[in-house]
Design a protein around this ligand. Structure first.
Ligand SMILES: [Zn+2]
Length: 305
């Protein structure tokens, strides 16, 4: 890799990948099973998913480690495999790029519980779990760490601290917003609005401010969030919206926003200043391929104008 991720986005926007979780289901993972363990038991399936994203044009891949912290893995009796699972994930993403240049973003998702006094976990336990995961990802060669699908500033700060301490070359904080019932605005489940989140992430050492997933956060809402971030921080912005809203069809969760529908939001996001664009739940290699085309056309149009 000749350029760091942060240097690369100074030169132009990058394309991330689409969903991993929904792709794992398609590949045969059953609801409630441990997708991260597949990094060890079914590496060829993870590699196949990530190669499809690289073929579609992704410049960045998130590692298959959303639930790769000790607290999450412990629920599947894989707590002893934290380092092995996270190390393998980085190696698989790197392998998926093959000869192509690309950035491996080590993924840290929520620990999946509540901290004291509301829940059973101490802050020290959560920080310890994030530290262990972040160190494994960085030691394996991740180009960045993303602390994603965050809803509370307390947990976010522990993730950012762990990523910084691990020596990540680039630290990304990513919030999940829900549109309010009256549709007028959006905030996280824990009541954090985008301005507060962006300020907090900058204060806590994030290099990139991001948003992903959420409820009713389509491409247009993501653009609003990006604009609200830009009002309070000069940090680069990353967005990964879902492919529409989850619907239950035949007891299966489906996302029905097509690549054609979702891609209409790409240029407005670029115009709003987004530096990295990808997709969260329900997005597929076909969505990413459509994004690639739109981003390339945008760049060409800018170059000639
Ligand atoms: Zn999602």
């Amino acid at each position: 890799m000749t350029k760091t991720l942060l240097d690369a986005i100074r030169e132009g926007p990058l394309l991330a990948d689409g969903a991993m979780g929904t792709q794992l289901m398609i590949a045969g993972l059953e609801q409630g099973n441990c997708g991260e363990a597949w990094n060890l038991t079914h590496p060829e399936r993870i590699l196949a998913i990530q190669r499809r994203y690289v073929d579609a044009g992704s410049d960045c891949l998130l590692t298959n480690t959303f639930g790769g912290s000790r607290i999450m893995l412990n629920r599947h009796a894989h707590a002893d495999d934290v380092v092995a699972i996270n190390t393998a994930a980085v190696q698989l993403a790197r392998e998926a790029f093959g000869d192509r240049e690309g950035y491996v973003i080590g993924d840290i998702g929520p620990f999946g519980g509540l901290m004291e006094p509301y829940g059973e976990f101490t802050e020290a336990q959560v920080l310890g779990a994030f530290r262990e995961q972040a160190k494994a990802l960085v030691d394996a060669g991740a180009d960045a760490i993303i602390v994603e699908t965050q809803t509370s500033l307390e947990e976010l700060s522990l993730g950012l601290t762990a990523a910084r301490e691990a020596g990540a070359a680039c630290v990304i904080g990513s919030m999940a917003y829900d549109v309010t019932l009256d549709g007028s605005t959006f905030r996280t489940m824990m009541g954090v609005d985008p301005e507060r989140a962006a300020e907090f992430m900058e204060e806590h050492g994030a290099d990139i401010v991001a948003l992903n997933c959420g409820t009713n956060m389509d491409m247009e809402r993501a653009r609003h969030a990006a604009l609200r971030y830009a009002q309070v921080t000069g940090l680069p912005i990353m967005v990964q919206p879902n492919a529409g809203q989850p619907k239950l069809v035949d007891m299966k969760v489906v996302y029905d926003e097509t690549p054609d529908q979702m891609v209409t939001g790409v240029v407005p996001l670029l115009e709003a200043g987004a530096s990295i664009i990808g997709g969260c739940c329900g997005s597929t290699p076909d969505h990413i391929r459509a994004f690639r085309k739109a981003m390339d056309q945008f760049r060409t149009a800018k170059a000639v104008s």
